[in-house]
Design a protein around this ligand. Structure first.
Ligand code: UD1
Length: 430
């Protein structure tokens, strides 16, 4: 099992380049199968979740050609199988996007129920409600979601909760339905807009993405396109908080600062300086961090995927902070690990009450899920002494070259498998 071994205490300083958004990429890859023509996708992050989805797509007959590490060409004219139930696809959440895409194009799909990070119960009732509203017959049987329709017909769909997944999935299927679909109470996340822009570049007719009402006029055919995925808001936010907790000075490049506003606002509140440029933000942390309160909310609110990272910063801040998680109920699993490093946090239901401490001490901990794992790396980088983080495979599902990028900013860390390698690192860093 691979681990990160980290010697904390070095301020991170320098510039880091952010990759394409994982969650936009997953949806865009699925949407790309909706045309028989060849699609070129650029700025794809080279992370496990994306590669698992590509493998599953190849498994049903999609032809994928890697142009370079971040670009592919794909052709889906020879899809011969509308059933996706490989073991590995169950591990990623975004497998559900293949239902919307296949249903839209072929009016039929069978996909294994999705897995993903264990951050709480993750129902898909709103996805299914949307497909049914478009006229599909939807059943769950033998662990598969089966959706089928003779024809899909546009409809008025009101989402009971703001959900990124259901908004995108319904948008995809509705793009190739007859007539107009209106999605109300739609999610407004940047990647919803990115997927809509991508579908429109293939000839779809989607208006209003980025607001809470999306109007989709169905078309019969989608065509080829070349598209570059937006930068990853969460990867960027993670590096911004890495600067904050290590007392560093990091310029995060290739970002859309507007997408980072809620993160920037919180960094300013806790005493960091943030400078915005056209496509970069610089975070400088030179003063003692101050407490604040934060509640996760759908975009433009503070993202749930940044909650563990801000939690790690607040546990190092002067005073008492309250963090309320309103999207997923199981997102405080990093707290037990952080406690081993000296944090003082009490979780009650969906609230964490954090009494700031003056510093962490290195410990042996494990990554409970993707974002919590990344947050614990930040804790290790700011801690006194050595931290060993197990289960880093979670982190690598969503961060490309995380250790390499951190090391380029001055982090002292290595990837290790054996105790001998850990010893070697200890010896090297003294
Ligand atoms: C996506 C992201 C995930 C992020 C989350 C919120 C991917 C692959 N994952 O997850 O990283 O944390 O958005 O920004 O893009 N819900 C229902 N019924 C449904 C669907 C969702 O009740 O049918 C609830 C969920 O339990 C949750 C809330 O709606 O409480 C938001 O979920 P959603 O936005 O759909 O998250 P995901 O698409 O699973």
């Amino acid at each position: 099992m691979e681990q990160y071994v980290i010697k904390g205490g070095n301020p991170l300083v320098g510039e880091v380049e952010i990759g394409g958004a994982k969650n936009a990429g997953l949806a865009i890859l699925a949407a790309a199968i909706m045309t028989d023509e060849t699609v070129t996708i650029d700025n794809l992050p080279d992370v496990k979740d994306i590669n698992v989805l590509l493998q599953a797509m190849e498994g049903i007959g999609v032809k994928i050609q890697r142009i370079n590490r971040h670009s592919i060409k794909m052709n889906s004219s020879l899809i011969e199988d509308l059933s996706i139930e490989y073991e590995f696809i169950k591990k990623i959440r975004a497998s559900y996007y293949l239902i919307g895409a296949l249903l839209g194009k072929y009016k039929k799909a069978q996909v294994a129920l999705p897995g993903g990070c264990n951050i709480g119960s993750r129902p898909i009732d709103q996805h299914l409600k949307g497909f049914k509203a478009l006229g599909a017959d939807v059943r769950i049987s033998h662990g598969l979601i089966m959706a089928e329709a003779e024809r899909l017909k546009g409809n008025h769909i009101y989402l009971d909760v703001v959900t990124v997944g259901a908004t995108i999935n319904i948008m995809m299927a509705a793009s190739m339905a007859e007539g107009t679909t209106i999605i109300e109470n739609a999610a407004k996340e940047p990647h919803v807009v990115d997927v809509a822009n991508f579908l429109n570049s293939m000839g779809a007719n989607i208006k209003g993405a980025g607001t809470d009402v999306i109007r989709i006029k169905g078309v019969t055919n989608l065509h080829k396109t070349e598209y570059s995925i937006i930068p990853d808001q969460i990867e960027a936010g993670t590096f911004m908080f890495a600067a904050a907790v290590t007392k560093g000075d990091v310029t995060v490049k290739n970002v859309i600062p507007k997408h980072l506003e809620s993160i920037t606002a919180k960094l300013l509140e806790i005493g960091c300086e943030v400078e915005e440029f056209d496509d970069a933000v610089r975070v400088v942390s030179s003063k003692a961090l101050q407490h604040t309160h934060v509640k996760t909310l759908p975009y433009p609110g503070f993202p749930t995927d940044m909650q563990p990272q801000i939690g790690v910063a607040l546990a190092l801040s002067e005073g008492t902070s309250i963090v309320t998680e309103s999207i997923f109920e199981n997102r405080f699993r990093y707290v037990d690990e952080l406690t081993k490093m000296g944090a003082s946090i009490k979780v009650e239901g969906n609230t964490a009450i954090i009494d700031g401490v003056s510093g962490y001490t290195g410990a042996r901990i494990s990554a409970p899920d993707l974002r919590a794992g990344a947050a614990l790396v930040l804790a290790g980088l700011s801690a006194e002494g050595i931290t060993i983080i197990d289960d880093i495979a979670y982190i690598e599902r969503g961060y490309e070259d995380f250790d390499i990028k951190l090391k380029s900013l001055g982090a002292l860390m290595e990837r290790a498998v054996t105790d001998k390698e850990i010893q070697k690192f200890r010896f090297k860093v003294g």
